[in-house]
Design a protein around this ligand. Structure first.
Ligand code: FE2
Length: 281
């Protein structure tokens, strides 16, 4: 082979390799990764948690976006079945149940499927930004039908083995009516630990140290992550600070789940959907 032909062969092989790699990434991120649900076991040492509640299994499910991409009723059923297989003590649903659009309103009755969730001490839910004004009443109705406690600027006290903690949930920051003061004023004792639920992590800067742990979703962990190049979603005033995982700031703790579904683009890359099983100590 002469030098010109060799150069051409190298050039075309390179282009072919790039095309193949690009196609594989597309297939992976649109058709494989969004369905690869990871179970993430997370153990966090937080201030004031009751030692009696050390082994409680708290499951976080968030950002389903039913009706968008791969999130069908069948996939929702798989998520519920998988969650039940871990025998959760408490299940927390952190919002964005149906991907918001006029035609997706037909999926709202699927929320009743959450009735199949098995949780020893209850299932609690908050509203996300996709539960916007126009569908709120329907969401409330179906969540109630599913036997789930909806925390809209509300706190509930949970007592297990004679020790208590609070679960407080605030309404969504962007399309709801969040009232932090009202939510926190319902916590009527000074010692029981507080788990604070907010769909959007941006509330964290205002959350008092009375809260042991803030639990959120919303960011999808970026959803599409190409190292050093792209993160599709960073829907936060604080950029990447609260993108995903456990973050500690001035001895205050927040955990942000990457969630289960997709929005904007029906793809995930290097941020697989997750069911989070939380154990606190
Ligand atoms: Fe979301």
């Amino acid at each position: 082979m002469d030098r010109i032909n060799l150069r051409k062969t190298v050039k075309y092989s390179g282009i072919l390799l790039l095309l193949i790699s690009f196609s594989l990434v597309i297939v992976w991120s649109f058709f494989i990764e969004p369905k690869l649900i990871m179970v993430r076991n997370v153990s966090i040492d937080i201030p004031h948690w009751n030692k009696e509640h050390k082994n409680l299994k708290i499951v976080l499910l968030t950002d389903f976006h039913i009706g968008f991409g791969h999130m069908s009723r069948k996939n929702l059923a798989k998520i519920i079945e998988r969650t039940n297989s871990y025998n959760p003590d408490i299940v927390l649903l952190l919002g964005d149940y149906v991907n918001l659009s006029a035609q997706n309103q037909k999926y709202l009755p699927f929320l009743v499927d959450f009735k199949k969730l098995r949780s020893k001490y209850g299932v609690f839910a908050i509203m996300g930004n996709h539960e916007s004004w126009e569908v709120r009443n329907k969401i409330r109705y179906f969540i109630k039908q599913a036997g789930i406690k909806l925390l809209e600027n509300r706190a509930e006290k949970i007592t297990i083995d004679e020790k208590s903690f609070w679960i407080a949930g605030i309404d969504d920051l962007t399309t709801g009516y969040p009232d932090l003061e009202k939510t926190m004023s319902q916590i009527r004792d000074a010692q029981s630990p507080v788990l604070f639920l907010s769909h959007n992590p941006d509330i964290f800067e205002q959350v008092s140290s009375r809260v042991s742990l803030t639990l959120t979703g919303h960011t999808h962990g970026g959803q599409i992550y190409v190292p050093f190049l792209v993160r599709l979603m960073t829907p936060s005033r604080f950029g990447r600070r609260f993108l995903k995982g456990h973050v500690v700031q001035n001895n205050r703790h927040i955990f942000i789940s990457s969630g289960l579904g997709t929005t904007i683009i029906p793809a995930r890359f290097l941020v697989p959907p997750e069911i989070v099983i939380l154990e606190l100590e």
